[in-house]
Design a protein around this ligand. Structure first.
Ligand SMILES: NC(=O)c1ccc[n+]([C@@H]2O[C@H](COP(=O)([O-])OP(=O)(O)OC[C@H]3O[C@@H](n4cnc5c(N)ncnc54)[C@H](O)[C@@H]3O)[C@@H](O)[C@H]2O)c1
Length: 269
């Protein structure tokens, strides 16, 4: 898919990967809607993008953790941009640790990391199926293909996000709905940095030890290439594919290796 002149919506766009995506889609010639629950920092970016190309960017405040928030967001984006060509469900939360995680955090993790994707798709698909065209991208994580040491909610919800993207592609791909799923390892954003806090568990140090921590604009670069080639799995860290192949090639060996890595991380904390 070529992005020039396309109408693109990105959630979780007030910082990190989402903000870099907005900037990059705009540079490709798209008209963009930057959405977040506290749009704050994105308003400055939108003003800068509109100064470059008038009426090319908008900021929408929306909470995607519930169905109404997604429906309202899509209606607002269509009112501002016109029909949506590409929707990027990127908003995410890294909440919880093990079985002691509160029920509230489990609900929020599933609502934002998984249900938001299906609620958005529910309101996008009727129009996309009618015109036989549309592109749904989601940000899952390498944790959705492998696992997240230290966080059950993150591991489960990101696997579910990958599973939903696969299902969407299988079910509606032949009707013209394109799907990509972004699965990075470490990216230098507020989310990764928050995991460095003492008491946050081993999650961020495991991610940092697993490979290079990319800058958000490097991830956006990989996304553009993935969308242009309409590739399902977008892996800004290519080694994730090797890890995935090792996992599926010998599950028990992979699990033993993950337990060893976890023990090493806990001992060095
Ligand atoms: N940073 C990493 O190392 C990393 C690695 C793999 C995947 N990811 C995923 O990338 C995505 C973007 O995260 P990031 O790293 O840029 O972190 P980030 O914290 O900078 O961005 C996440 C954004 O989502 C928004 N958000 C959270 N809940 C929301 C809600 N209910 N409604 C609307 N917006 C909401 C936040 O306000 C924030 O701006 C997430 O899905 C995250 O899980 C991050």
């Amino acid at each position: 898919m070529e992005l020039g002149g396309k109408h693109v919506v990105v959630t979780g766009a007030a910082g990190g990967i989402g903000m870099a995506l907005i900037e990059r889609f705009h540079a490709e010639g798209s008209r963009v809607a930057a959405c977040d629950m506290a749009i704050g920092a994105a308003e400055e970016l939108v003003a800068r993008l509109n100064a470059l190309r008038p009426n090319s960017a908008t900021a929408i405040t929306a909470d995607v953790s519930n169905e109404v928030g997604n429906r309202t967001l899509i209606a607002a984006a269509e009112a501002s941009l016109g029909p949506i060509d590409l929707f990027f469900a990127n908003a995410g939360v890294a909440l919880g640790t093990g079985l002691e995680t509160s029920e509230e955090d489990w609900h929020t993790a599933f609502n934002v990391n998984v249900h938001a994707h299906r609620w958005a798709a529910k309101y996008l698909l009727p129009e996309w199926l009618a015109r036989g065209d549309g592109y749904f991208c989601s940000t899952a994580s390498a944790a959705g293909l492998l696992s997240q040491i230290g966080s059950a909610p993150y591991s489960l919800t990101k696997h579910a996000a990958v599973a939903f993207a696969e299902w969407l592609s299988i079910t509606h791909g032949d009707a013209g709905v394109k799907v990509s799923c972004l699965c990075p390892q470490g990216v230098n954003t507020a989310m990764l940095r928050a995991g460095d806090d003492p008491g946050a568990g081993p999650g961020s140090s495991v991610v940092r030890s697993a490979g290079r921590v990319l800058e958000p604009d490097e991830v956006a670069e990989a996304v553009i290439a993935g969308i242009q080639s309409e590739q399902f799995l977008i892996l800004p860290h290519p080694e994730v594919l090797t890890y995935l192949q090792r996992k599926t090639g010998d599950y028990d060996r992979w699990l033993a290796g993950m337990r060893k890595l976890q023990a090493r991380m806990i001992n060095t904390q």
